[in-house]
Design a protein around this ligand. Structure first.
Ligand code: F6P
Length: 319
């Protein structure tokens, strides 16, 4: 069987280790691996080539994706999907592995339904917003970048008795903000999924700053909450502390994959190829520590939720 790999949507650390495993394990299973370059746009444009072991040697430590990615609006158009399928047919590719997020998996599912194609989706997005999976590649590496940054900001915040508002990525999902706020010992955490009370947080912070118990404030705000400016004004005007804002942005997406992301890249890819070899289509997920393969129906019907114990750990940073 000929099998293709495509990265779609935002790149993340962990894509390259998964790509390396794709080539090595495909060959072990006697499949012929192919690379689709530049994401779904590249699939439409026919940027498809046989994958070689040479190209994946020495890529484990590299962030991003050597295959390059794209966000394709054209893939929503059936005419371009047909073009994409014809490109796959030209190379006799019968199965596709996609590294990406929910949106990319939905696009793959449509393509697979329209034409006779096997596919496996592997969660790969720093947002950690894949419904059925507890984990997506890139999350651990992004969290380490956030933590390193907040540790640095803490040094300067303490030296100047300032507050820092740190806006982190995550789109509509607050996981990155939640996990990093807990891990870095922030005083405030604002995420789109939860309400917050600046009034009660303010009363506590003012008291702690007044008694000298606290010398600075670190507030983590998820981009999806759209609350960074509000939090800055509140800290300045209500809490009465000099405040700066740092929007971490795309720095969170880059850098060498962590140990966990490398391991998960291997584990996810192994499961994807094993499942395709059984003739199954669907999505690889991590659930309660186990790597599983779900049909896309099962995967999309799972409720989107944050780990409740983590929300509890952070509740005093919200109210
Ligand atoms: O989905 C990953 C992500 O990094 C989000 O956290 C962020 O909102 C978005 O992508 C940024 O997209 P782009 O790279 O297209 O600017």
């Amino acid at each position: 069987m000929r099998i293709g790999l495509v990265c779609s949507g935002g790149d993340c650390a962990g894509m390259n280790p998964a790509t390396k495993k794709f080539v090595e394990y495909s060959l072990e299973l006697s499949y012929e691996p192919y690379f689709i370059r530049e994401g779904l746009e590249g699939l439409i444009e026919g940027k498809i080539e046989p994958a070689t072991l040479k190209e994946v040697s020495g890529i484990l430590h590299k962030g991003g994706t050597i295959l390059q990615s794209s966000r394709s609006k054209r893939f929503f158009d059936p005419a371009f999907r047909l073009q994409a399928y014809q490109n796959l047919q030209r190379h006799s590719i019968e199965a596709l592995v996609t590294l990406g997020g929910d949106g990319s998996f939905r696009a793959m599912e449509v393509l697979a339904k329209e034409h006779s194609l096997l596919y496996a989706g592997i969660p790969a997005t720093i947002d950690n917003d894949i419904r059925a999976s507890d984990y997506a590649l890139g999350v651990d590496s992004a969290l380490n970048v956030i933590l390193e940054s907040t540790d640095r900001l803490r040094d300067t915040a303490e030296s100047f008795r300032r507050a820092f508002v740190v806006e982190v990525m995550g789109r509509g999902c607050g996981y990155l903000a939640l996990a990093s706020a807990i891990a870095c010992g922030a005083e405030v955490c604002i995420i789109p999924e939860m309400g917050y009370s600046l009034q009660s947080l303010g009363a506590r912070l003012k008291e702690e700053l007044g008694t000298g118990k606290r010398r600075y404030v670190l507030a983590i705000v998820s981009e999806g909450a759209k609350a960074s400016s509000e939090v800055v004004s509140w800290l300045k005007e209500e809490v009465g502390i000099e405040t700066r804002i740092t929007i971490l942005g795309h720095v969170q997406r880059g850098g060498s994959p962590s140990v966990y992301d490398r391991l998960m890249g291997f584990r996810f890819m192994q499961k994807a190829l094993d499942s395709l070899s059984l003739g199954k289509s669907g999505v690889v997920v991590l659930r309660e520590g186990r790597v599983e393969f779900l049909s896309s129906q099962e995967a999309s019907s799972a409720p989107a939720s944050l780990p409740l114990d983590m929300v509890r750990l952070a509740s005093r940073l919200m109210f």
